[in-house]
Write a protein that binds this ligand. Structure first.
Ligand code: GYE
Length: 348
């Protein structure tokens, strides 16, 4: 008995030393070995955004914080993703976290999770054909597309550019991030009568962005002045392809590049003027997600939907703010922030 108490105390002390900021209940759970088991089915490893997302979840769901996390990288393969969720159900984990590659095809496996009494939390991208999950944490990607459209409209006006000939390199087809950004931006294409020449997927990768841009440079030589890349990694590839084709991007060049994510390297390119505007999507969703799982475990109230804050960045102050009707139908005005070295340094 004495021995057991002594062991308990030592374990609690050791846990406290290892994780001084941990809440008392978490210390007790971790020390007793009573960890909350969580399976995380991640999209893949296609972008800087994704790496930041994976790291954020792994850090927030560490053993010292009271979790036993099983991580599966689905390599952008939807079939593999469904199997990973089934595997978590078979193992009877306490909670499942899914970042869905595509937004449909989910109802059957979510019904299986529900039947097994395993709560599912969806992060980042959305599931649009089933409501059999407990909560969602992520970003409103349609607002990102709308803000990009509102910015381009004002930028073109300020620079006296009357003809906008646009090429889009979209993200993974059928992902909510692609659908949201395309839908939001296309509202402006339509209302402003812009000429969208083409839209092809670069699958959110640098290589994909480069390949699509190489082919665009041949097919649309001399015919375009805007390239919209649906994430920074695609923009890096597209910028390389344009450089090789002798096209100058940026405020004094031939082509305006718009991007999404605003990861550290994207912010650097925005400061350097290669990307003219970059609309941030915040990947640091791990802490909110871990907080939510603890709330569920403790039977506390929780938010069914959590939207991450997302600032909008630009190279210079030509457009100081953007006004648009957001996805929730609300009229909003948001600042455009000129990227400085401090902002790059603080980036993910
Ligand atoms: O923009 C992209 C990543 O789902 C919002 O996925 C995320 C997107 C992000 O691959 O870089």
């Amino acid at each position: 008995m004495k021995k057991a108490i002594a062991f308990g105390l030592t374990a609690v002390m050791a846990a406290s030393l290892a994780a001084p900021v941990m809440a008392d209940s978490s210390v007790a759970e971790a020390a007793s070995g009573d960890l909350i088991t969580v399976g995380f089915s991640q999209v893949g490893h296609e972008s800087d955004w994704r790496t930041a997302s994976t790291n954020s979840v792994k850090e927030a769901f560490s053993k010292d914080k009271g979790f036993d996390l099983q991580f599966v990288d689905c390599d952008n393969d939807s079939q593999k993703q469904i199997e990973s969720v089934r595997n978590f159900i078979e193992q009877q984990v306490d909670y499942i976290i899914i970042d869905p590659i595509v937004s449909t095809g989910w109802d059957t496996v979510l019904t299986e999770a529900q039947d097994a009494d395993i709560p599912v939390i969806v992060i980042d991208r959305t599931i649009d054909d089933s409501d059999k999950y407990t909560a969602w944490i992520g970003t409103e990607t349609k607002n990102e597309g709308l803000a990009a459209g509102a910015w381009l409209k004002e930028y073109a006006k300020a620079k006296n550019i009357s003809d906008l000939n646009i090429l889009v390199i979209s993200g993974t087809t059928g992902s909510s991030a692609q659908i949201g950004r395309s839908t939001g931006f296309d509202e402006y294409v339509k209302s402003e009568g812009w000429n969208k020449l083409d839209e092809q997927t670069g699958d959110f990768t640098q290589d994909g962005g480069q390949k699509v841009m190489e082919s665009y440079c041949k097919s649309y030589e001399g015919k375009f002045n805007v390239v919209v890349c649906q994430n920074d990694n695609e923009a890096f590839g597209a910028i390389d392809a344009m450089k090789q084709a002798g096209i100058k991007v940026g405020p004094d060049g031939d082509v305006i590049v718009i991007s999404f994510d605003a990861c550290k390297a994207g912010l650097q390119d925005t400061m350097d003027g290669l990307i003219t505007a970059d609309f941030q999507c915040n990947p640091l969703q791990g802490p909110d997600c871990a907080k939510l799982v603890k709330q569920l475990a403790n039977g506390e109230d929780y938010e069914k939907q959590t939207f991450m804050a997302e600032p909008w960045y630009c190279h210079d102050d030509t457009v100081k703010s953007v006004s648009y009707k957001n996805a929730a139908g609300k009229d909003v005005t948001e600042d455009m922030i000129v990227v400085t070295q401090d902002i790059v340094d603080a980036g993910y």
